[in-house]
Design a protein around this ligand. Structure first.
Ligand code: AMP
Length: 397
């Protein structure tokens, strides 16, 4: 796996695909610069080698048309501030203007290209557009995990034009290593904690990871499909009746593979889907009609705690309750605390995909777990066992 450490960038122009799809406020100020910070080490390494950097990214969804509100010019000041290097900007990402700006770029300088998605060819993975992009650098570096599951021009196809001159940036390399640590080389016992709303959106993940884990903790809205499938009463809880057979087959598969499945035994039930609803603690398989389970109960959390604290490798995807409502966020916060403790005791913990990242950030666990993935969709597809085109394109000869 080649990374920027395998190249000396002296006198070279690095064409880097970054993910600077950052949120902007009404005055076009960057409101969350995490993604820019995350790409900094790769950029700095290249500059320190004595090379120059051409940054390419998308911003928002301009749908193949120029859209001044989504110009990457808006973020150049923020990127300059973070890198402590003045970032130049060119108002196109291919063609004469872009090529001229690149030709004028000196060692130690950074150039930002205009939003790739102003061209429909970007998302279509158009080959001649990719070839035009490829004219803008000597070495291609992919450091955008968030778009690695897309076979777009700048994430995947462009790599073809750099047969021996392509590599991963530090951020993407870290993501790949973190996933491998859970899926391939994780120290046992390996525990996956899967929550979230629906079984249907997690089924491919569960099927893919069962053979790689020792414990499966199931929480959140998914719980009730499993409970009802086994004859329990789930009241008004979220439940996918058409997925009950699937739930039973997962339990059977887990048993055959020797995976211990831990489902909630008690839940915080509410008489409405509302933070101020009346609540009571009930057995997970005996929820009264008119009531719905919205968070893990105390006995459940004790069981989950024991499993998590005895794990050496932990994957967390999906909250175990409706964490957006304060009164139903305690279970998810408790899981974060247990993972923090296990991590302090030496376990490797990876949080990724969808809402678990939002929960981890909201409750301040970001620095207390081993790794928080930067890519929602890309992470989910990795956990589903899919090969990501952006990663495959770098690995291909
Ligand atoms: P996902 O994106 O699949 O990880 O699902 C996350 C969503 O699941 C969050 O918005 C949670 O509010 C929701 N969720 C978690 N537990 C429950 C539950 N018991 N009932 C309904 N929704 C839930």
């Amino acid at each position: 796996m080649l990374t920027v450490d395998d190249f000396n960038f002296e006198n070279k122009k690095a064409l880097i695909r970054v993910d600077f799809n950052v949120p902007l406020d009404a005055e076009f100020n960057v409101t969350d610069s995490n993604r820019i910070e995350a790409a900094k080490p790769t950029i700095i390494k290249i500059l320190e080698d004595g090379g120059s950097v051409v940054l390419m990214s998308h911003l928002g969804r301009p749908d193949g048309k120029r859209n001044p509100g989504l110009s990457l010019a808006h973020i150049c000041d923020k990127v300059s501030e973070i890198l402590r290097v003045e970032v130049k900007f060119v108002e196109d990402c291919v063609g004469e203007k872009a090529e001229k700006a690149v030709a004028e770029l000196q060692n130690g300088e950074v150039l930002m290209l205009e939003n790739l998605r102003f061209y429909p060819e970007e998302e279509k993975g158009d080959v001649s557009f990719s070839k035009q992009l490829a004219r803008l650098g000597d070495i291609f570096v992919n450091d955008a995990f968030g778009t690695a599951h897309r076979a777009h021009a700048s994430t995947t196809i462009v790599a073809r034009f750099f047969p021996d001159k392509k590599c991963f940036g530090y951020l993407l390399a870290k993501e790949i290593k973190a996933i491998d640590k859970v899926m391939k080389t994780g120290e046992k016992p390996v525990t996956a904690i899967l929550g979230g709303a629906k079984v249907s959106s997690k089924i491919t993940i569960i099927e893919n990871i069962l053979s790689k884990i020792n414990h499966l903790i199931i929480g959140g809205g998914m719980t009730y499909t499993f409970v009802k499938a086994q004859g329990g009463k789930v009241g008004n809880s979220i439940c996918e009746d058409d997925k009950m057979d699937l739930a039973l087959s997962i339990l059977k598969k887990a048993k055959n593979l020797g995976v211990q499945v831990h489902l909630p035994v008690d839940v915080i039930a509410a008489d409405d889907f509302n933070n101020d609803a009346n609540t009571k603690i009930v057995a997970v398989d005996n929820i009264p009609d008119g009531w719905q389970g919205l968070d893990a109960g105390p006995k459940t959390l004790e069981i989950f705690k024991e499993v998590i604290l005895s794990s050496k490798t932990i994957l967390w995807n999906g909250p175990v309750g409706v964490f957006e409502m304060e009164n139903f966020s305690k279970g998810t916060i408790a899981i974060g605390n247990y993972i923090e403790e296990a991590t302090k005791n030496g376990a490797f913990s990876l949080v990724g995909g969808g809402d678990s990242v939002a929960a981890v950030k909201q409750f301040g666990f970001e620095d207390k777990v081993s790794y928080v993935s930067t890519g929602g969709g890309a992470m989910l597809e990795s956990l589903e066992g899919k090969s990501l085109p952006g990663i495959a394109a770098i690995l291909e000869a």
